[in-house]
Design a protein around this ligand. Structure first.
Ligand code: THU
Length: 130
């Protein structure tokens, strides 16, 4: 299955009764495995989680910590970009050159890199005080 198909399929399971905005995310790792996530909202609104966060959690729970490619899809007029928090979460596990494809259910696609999404990112090097 392609990363696009995985994200499109999983999106149907998104739990988004408050926004009505269902998002699906799929991550491919260097091993070729695909991990998926959906947004999971909550009646206490700030407790909701994004699709990207779900996919990252599934990847890490499976013992993998390297992202090779990302695909995010939503029923949006334009390809939906990951939120600020998710950009930082992706950067934790992805090199700057990793491609992130943002898609609409209508068939539009836009591909950028993790570095494009988070220029000047706070990274592990900034913690190196030694
Ligand atoms: N959302 C995601 O899951 N990923 C994104 O990249 C953008 C936003 C979710 C969060 C919330 O459940 C809904 O979309 C509306 O913001």
């Amino acid at each position: 299955m392609t990363l696009a198909q995985a994200a499109k399929n999983i999106r149907k399971n998104a739990y988004a009764p408050y926004s009505g905005f269902q998002v699906g995310a799929a991550i491919r790792t260097p091993s070729g495995d695909i991990f998926c996530g959906v947004n999971v909202e909550n009646v206490a609104y700030p407790e909701g989680t994004c699709a990207e966060a779900g996919a990252i959690a599934a990847m890490v729970a499976a013992g993998q910590t390297e992202i090779a490619q990302v695909y995010v899809i939503a029923d949006s007029p334009d390809p939906v970009p990951p939120c600020g928090g998710c950009r930082q979460k992706l950067a934790e596990f992805a090199q700057g050159s990793v491609q992130v494809t943002m898609a609409t259910t209508g068939g539009q696609e836009k591909t950028v890199t993790v570095a494009d999404l988070l220029p000047g990112a706070f990274g592990k090097g900034h913690m190196d005080l030694g």
